[in-house]
Design a protein around this ligand. Structure first.
Ligand code: GUN
Ligand code: ZN
Length: 429
């Protein structure tokens, strides 16, 4: 047993889902804290109680700053780091013009290692301690990602992106090689340290039915793995899917027909859903991943957060780097707020913070380990400075409660608000 450390500051935690139960699901201590031992959270409570309980603990006092679980980004493309913020295209042109040429470079293990390290360091500096990433079709890109994450001690999820049509030659695998490579990578990485492998067909337009079917078979052999893909992001894309799969009832059916619909499925975007698709996603308990900065940047549409949550869908939040225009989950929460406003709904700060932590962790089925600071969980946490810029501090200084204090940071904050990051109880940097 190693020493106990107390981290004291403001704390916020949730006894249930504030998307459903409202802000009363949140508990705030203006002088609270966590006790950390052996990389895990030992206890959570008021600062006074923790000091009394653990009188010999080392104390790190973070003052008025907010102690939060590290952010969980439920859908990213780390290989798109270097081409984030590419101008002027909608989804299909954006993929062909910017994304595929960049992804072609990841057959080079040195380049993959350079970008994986760069991406993870950027994510950490923005307070994101766990993410679920698409890699490229190259197994080297997966090895680079998990190797870089292990070197930093991060809990990460990801997988080889599979495509066997409608992409440049150098980015195509086959139904068989997608199965073989994904299986070998899964066996190499799934459950290794803090890594989880995710079966990853990119989306129906870049896979043949044979490839979707072979990945459906792989998922059936490894049902504990997550499976991630894209669903109903843009109307042009949906029309393309209709042409490619004339027998399918809708976009989701192109996955359902090949064994790619299930409770451990992650469906990115999910904007333009048909009633049947919503029903099936809810029935199976799949997770939808909202990527708001991407949806505005690529011009995809307005995700129906309130309607989907009200009907019982599980929703996570994500940057979708680099279709998304930011590495920051703060900026991503702000964009989720703005999109909901455009649909006539004001998301409460408690709901936004929940989505970026426990909500995304639940979508990724890792909320028993990260995304909360409940006793027993892994001690991945951040310290959020609620006055990180003059513009933010002049607003938060007149806050009447914690929500008014934190909302300016959600709306206007960036990596400057993240004053420290801890992984398994160890401070970075
Ligand atoms: N649909 C298929 N691939 C992608 C991608 O890389 N980014 C986004 N935003 N949508 C996709
Ligand atoms: Zn994506």
């Amino acid at each position: 047993m190693s020493d106990i450390t107390l981290h004291l500051g403001q704390t916020l935690w949730f006894s249930s889902d504030p998307m459903i139960d409202g802000p009363n699901a949140a508990h705030h201590d203006s002088r609270g804290g966590i006790a950390v031992q052996d990389g895990h959270v030992l206890a959570r409570g008021t600062a006074d109680d923790l000091r009394r309980e653990y009188p010999h603990a080392v104390v790190e006092d973070h003052g008025q700053a907010l102690i939060l679980p590290g952010f969980i980004d439920a859908h990213v493309h780390y290989p798109q780091t270097a081409m984030i913020a590419s101008w002027g295209k909608r989804l299909i042109d954006w993929l062909n013009t910017y994304t595929f040429p960049e992804e072609l470079r990841f057959g080079d293990p040195d380049y993959a290692a350079e970008i994986a390290g760069r991406y993870l360091d950027l994510a950490l500096s923005h307070g994101t301690t766990t993410m679920c990433s698409y890699c490229t079709i190259h197994p080297e890109s997966v090895d680079a990602y998990f190797t870089a994450a292990a070197a930093r001690g991060m809990r990460v999820l990801g997988g080889k992106t599979c495509m066997d049509r409608n992409a440049p030659d150098g980015l195509l695998d086959t139904a068989q090689s997608a199965y073989d490579d994904s299986k070998a990578l899964l066996e190499r990485w799934h459950g290794q340290g803090r890594a989880s492998y995710v079966i990853t067909p990119r989306f129906s337009p870049t896979s043949t039915p044979e490839q979707l079917s072979s990945l459906g078979a792989l998922w059936a052999e490894h049902p504990d793995c997550l499976m991630q893909t894209h669903l109903s992001e843009q109307t042009d894309e949906i029309a393309w899917v209709r042409g490619l799969y004339p027998e399918a009832r809708d976009y989701l059916d192109t996955y359902e027909a090949y064994g790619l619909l299930g409770a451990n499925g992650l469906y990115g975007h999910a904007i333009h859903l048909e009633p049947r698709e919503r029903d099936r996603l809810r029935e199976v308990g799949a997770a939808l991943v909202h990527c708001p900065t991407s949806n505005t940047f690529i011009g995809s549409g307005l995700f129906d957060m309130a309607g989907l949550v009200a009907e019982g869908q599980r929703v996570g939040l994500a940057t979708d780097t680099g279709g998304g225009s930011s590495f920051s989950m703060l900026r991503t929460m702000a964009a989720a707020y703005e999109i909901a406003q455009l649909r006539g709904v004001a998301l409460h700060p408690s709901a936004l913070l929940w989505l970026a932590t426990e909500g995304s962790a639940r979508a990724l089925r890792i909320a028993d380990r990260v995304g909360t600071l409940a006793p027993g969980s892994e001690a991945d946490f951040i310290i959020l400075d609620l006055g990180s810029t003059p513009a933010i501090s002049q607003r938060s200084s007149r806050a009447a409660d914690i929500w008014e204090a934190v909302f300016p940071t959600i709306m206007m904050g960036d990596d400057r608000a993240v004053s420290g990051v801890w992984l398994m109880g160890e401070r970075l940097g």
